[in-house]
Write a protein that binds this ligand. Structure first.
Ligand SMILES: Nc1nc2c(ncn2[C@@H]2O[C@H](COP(=O)(O)OP(=O)(O)OP(=O)(O)O)[C@@H](O)[C@H]2O)c(=O)[nH]1
Ligand SMILES: [Mg+2]
Length: 348
């Protein structure tokens, strides 16, 4: 079996007791000539990068990426993909619209020419066993995971959606262009847990369903045995054992205020060295009153997560109704995928 390096471009890290200094002053180790180094983020304490879970495949060397065009402005909140020097000035047109994602040298053809549903797996070990790269779509129940997949592949009901939470119950693989997978997953939490971040302080106040989700992300051991069995042998097993996982699209509902469970999930992924991209969904939905505007909710969410990361994580605004963010997200996935492919064929 081919061993692939897992992208840790954007690992979420555990919350820090003290907020870090402004990001602009953080040391950065990315270089144009070292994609492997580019995958790692340097912390303020200059801690060693996390160990890769799998090593690069030996053999054929890839060509070095072309130099990145330089522009006139620097935005410290931008996400720099592999192959782009974090110190490089970036022209506005090099940033994907409605996102903080810079387009780098690994970005390629991102068109979806064909897509098909391949299989539904009840267990992680039943998932496809070929070597194709994949992106997992994760988020709370009803956040719009299945809808996003349909929007990306431009198929109305390839992935089944519902107004009622809990529609997707298995791991569903969709093959795109016969070369990579999008994976639809069951949601965590419930749609009715619309508590704001500060509102969830301790496990006692949480409902059984809320605990159910937290068991999945390994944070609380106090939930029922049945819940623990379901998640630990299923979705969690998928994340911990899937060598072909390029990254996670962590969906966050922009039409409601930030939810602590999403941050907890990001932290769990970070602790397990799994790279993520925040995908804000339902950006077309706007209600009157506090917490009703996507822009405000996204800003609040970003302020909350900013102290968790040594460098800004990638994020993008989307709507499965209007198509906002669709092409940009596909382009972003193309650069992560190409980097993953490229890196996997380099000599150690
Ligand atoms: N307005 C709006 N509604 C959306 C959007 N995305 C999804 N929805 C709606 O949200 C509901 C849930 O969508 P799903 O795609 O089934 O959500 P899911 O995350 O797959 O849910 P589970 O499978 O239960 O975990 C459906 O009624 C969708 O039509 C969006 O971008 N805008
Ligand atoms: Mg679904």
């Amino acid at each position: 079996m081919l061993l692939r390096p897992r992208l840790s471009l954007l690992r979420a890290v555990a919350p820090r007791p003290v907020p870090p200094p402004p990001r602009a002053s953080l040391p950065v180790r990315r270089t144009l000539s070292s994609p492997a180094g580019a995958a790692r983020t340097a912390s303020a304490g200059d801690a060693p990068p996390p160990a890769q879970r799998t090593g690069p495949k030996g053999g054929r060397k890839s060509a070095p990426p072309p130099p990145h065009p330089r522009g006139s402005s620097v935005n410290p909140a931008l996400f720099f993909p592999p192959g782009v020097d974090r110190d490089a000035a970036v022209a506005a047109e090099m940033v994907i619209p409605a996102s903080n994602i810079v387009v780098g040298p690994y970005a390629g053809d991102s068109r979806v020419k064909e897509a098909e549903f391949v299989m539904s797996s009840a267990r992680a070990r039943d998932c496809p066993k070929d070597d194709r790269p994949e992106f997992a779509v994760l988020g709370r129940s009803n956040v719009g995971k299945s809808s996003l997949i349909n929007a990306l592949i431009r198929r109305k009901e390839a992935a089944l959606t519902s107004k009622k939470p809990g529609k997707t119950q298995t791991i569903n693989h969709f093959l795109v262009n016969k070369s990579w997978y999008l994976v639809d997953l069951p949601g965590y939490g419930t749609y009715h847990n619309d508590k704001i971040i500060d509102g969830i302080a301790n496990g006692e106040k949480q409902s059984e369903k809320y605990n159910f989700a937290l068991v999945f992300i390994g944070l609380f051991a106090a939930a029922s045995q049945s819940a623990r069995t379901d998640w630990s042998s299923f979705t969690k097993g998928y994340f911990l054992n899937r060598d072909t996982l390029v990254g996670v699209l962590l969906l966050v509902d922009a039409s409601i205020p930030p939810q602590k469970i999403d941050i907890d999930c990001a932290n769990w992924l970070g602790r397990n060295n799994i790279g993520l991209t925040y995908v804000f969904t339902k950006c077309d939905k706007s209600k009157k009153g506090k917490g009703g505007r996507p822009e405000e909710n996204i800003k609040e969410f970003q302020e909350t997560i900013s102290s968790l990361y040594p460098e800004p994580p990638p994020w993008i605004m989307t709507s499965s109704v209007t198509g906002l963010g669709r092409d940009g997200l596909l382009l972003h996935m193309s650069q992560l995928r190409n980097y993953w492919d490229n890196e996997a064929t380099m000599s150690p």
